[in-house]
Design a protein around this ligand. Structure first.
Ligand SMILES: [Zn+2]
Ligand SMILES: [Zn+2]
Length: 94
């Protein structure tokens, strides 16, 4: 299970529903990444439980591997402003 939060950018209005850091699923470990190809946030699988192996994170949206770790408090992938985390969280049960 993982907790997913709604993040929004006060400057450009970009919104994303991501973990905002590292989290775990039954399938493995995820980490939020920012993609320099499509400028969006997504949660990428970074470790696979099935094979017990590290996994190259890729963007969930465009499948590019030009991604870097993103944590709550980091800048918006579109304009760089600090994104705010909505208090509402979603529990993803897998
Ligand atoms: Zn922005
Ligand atoms: Zn992308």
């Amino acid at each position: 299970m993982a907790s997913i939060y709604q993040f929004s950018c006060p400057k450009c209005g970009y919104q994303a529903q991501v973990a905002g850091g590292g989290d775990g699923l039954m399938a493995g470990a995820i980490h939020t990444v920012t993609c320099s190809a499509c400028h969006s946030l997504s949660d990428a699988l970074v470790w696979l439980a099935e094979t017990n192996q590290q996994q190259q994170p890729t963007c969930a949206r465009c499948h590019s591997d030009a991604v870097t770790d993103w944590n709550a408090g980091d800048g918006c992938p579109r304009c760089g402003a600090t994104m705010t985390r909505n208090e509402t969280s979603f529990i993803i049960a897998d």
